[in-house]
Design a protein around this ligand. Structure first.
Ligand code: FAD
Length: 391
């Protein structure tokens, strides 16, 4: 008998899982509970949409590889009558810049990446200047350029997954999960804010920065918390050659967007929690006092820019090791799975994670890409599995 599946949270991860489950034809009824069809507070539309294989862990590189190919074919595979599924996929590259302290990590990661077939290249300051004259080289000891990585419009990708999933028979319920009814061995049904309940055979907790709240409803604890990350859009009056997405050791990054640039720099000092008003408190002067100088280090022409707008989003930050947690996590409840804690990588990994959740839900095992090292067991065993170097 086919299992009925309830997906809690219909952001890019929940919707990618819904799509893969529906496309498999192997699931029973698939229902996604998502309170906000505008996704005003979800992480996905707030993200920069970067998709890169410049990572240190094999699983992360391989997930990004699958996702890049998937996003390259997204429009053709995901278009529906009411949605052309154009995700503005731009293969304009990624460029990591490091100072002397980061050279060892960058070089080791480069070797791992090229072993995995990534067409990356290392550039010293002279080569960097010749290739990208606008990029500042003052503090740069080494750069790594991956010309075939790029970025997408994350909201368009989310809506592409959602609309295609709906076309394949997935039901989206506009509601919020507020409780979980468990027996000794499993989750039986979820309680909805509207007053109803939803039964299922298998439940996926894909509630992003709210995944910890959902986990608490079955008495489980995930080390995943909301962490505010502010993003900015600015214009620069000076001509700048087409650049890749550029990121340095400080975590500051930017990429071209229309006639300007989007980017920012994660604040490492703030406490976890949702922050929606960024005009007051910690973030009030954050761009002027912190981000701007870091951007101008990367591109000296950014000394004169006009900030157009800033907006908050929230990483589902995995405090344990900064990587996603996938699979079972709620002791004694074998029918609850999660994929959460992406800490800034969820858009680039969504297609691979959607596929992995589908495999886990239908067969209990990873079928294509073994992600078992990303499971909750590492939290219980206290063995962190971290990205090294620029994250
Ligand atoms: C500023 C910023 C920049 C980023 N840049 C990148 C990038 O360049 N590349 C990259 O790969 N990633 C990036 N990320 C990270 C990426 O956006 C996230 O990892 C990804 O969007 C997570 O998707 P999600 O579906 O898990 O979460 P979300 O998109 O947040 O979706 C979770 C959904 O759960 C729903 N929900 C909440 N509570 C409940 C409930 N009780 N019941 C039912 N549903 C519920 C919410 O409404 C929400 O829609 C960035 C994030 C930010 C904030």
């Amino acid at each position: 008998m086919k299992s009925d599946i309830v997906i809690i949270g219909g952001g890019i991860i929940g919707s990618a899982a819904a799509y893969f489950l529906a496309a498999s034809g192997e699931a029973g009824g698939i229902t996604v509970v998502e309170p906000d069809a505008t996704y005003a507070k979800a992480a996905t539309p707030a993200g920069a949409g970067g998709v890169r294989r410049l990572m240190s862990l094999l699983e992360n590189i391989r997930m990004s590889r699958f996702s890049l190919d998937f996003y390259a074919g997204f429009e053709a595979a995901m278009a529906t009558d009411d949605n052309p599924a154009d995700i503005q996929f731009r293969r304009q590259g990624y460029l990591f810049l490091t100072n002397v302290q980061g050279v060892r990590d960058l070089t080791r990661n480069f070797e791992t990446q090229t072993d995995e077939g990534v067409a990356a290249e290392l550039l010293d300051a002279d080569a960097l200047r010749a290739r990208f004259p606008s990029v500042g080289t003052r503090d740069v000891a080494l750069a790594c350029h991956s010309p075939e990585d790029g970025w997408i419009d994350p909201h368009a990708a989310l809506m592409g997954f959602r609309r295609k999933a709906a076309r394949l028979g997935v039901t989206y319920v506009q509601d919020r999960v507020v409780g979980c009814e468990t027996s000794r061995a499993s989750l039986k049904h979820v309680a909805l804010e509207s007053g109803g309940t939803l039964k299922g055979d298998i439940f996926l907790n894909t509630a992003g920065a709210w995944a910890g709240e959902i986990a608490a409803m079955t008495g489980a604890a995930l080390p995943v918390v909301p962490m505010c990350r502010v993003q900015h859009f600015w214009r620069c009056a000076h001509a700048i050659e087409p650049l890749p997405l550029v990121k340095d050791d400080s975590g500051a990054f930017f990429r071209p967007e229309g006639d300007g640039f989007v980017g920012g720099r994660p604040s490492w000092e703030i406490e976890p929690g949702f922050i929606w008003d960024i005009d007051r408190g910690y973030f009030a002067d954050y761009f002027e006092e912190t981000v701007w100088q870091l951007l101008a280090n990367m591109v000296p022409k950014f000394e004169t820019i006009k900030l157009q707008r800033s907006w908050p989003g929230h990483y589902a930050q995995n405090l344990f090791d900064g990587n996603m947690i996938i699979g079972r996590y709620s002791k004694g409840h074998d029918n609850i799975l999660t994929a959460c804690g992406f800490s800034g990588h969820g858009i680039m990994h969504a297609p691979a994670v959607g596929r992995a959740l589908c495999e886990l839900a239908l067969t209990g095992e990873f079928q294509t890409l073994d992600l078992s090292r990303m499971g909750f067991a590492r939290v219980l065993d206290d063995t962190p599995y971290r990205e090294l170097g620029i994250k």
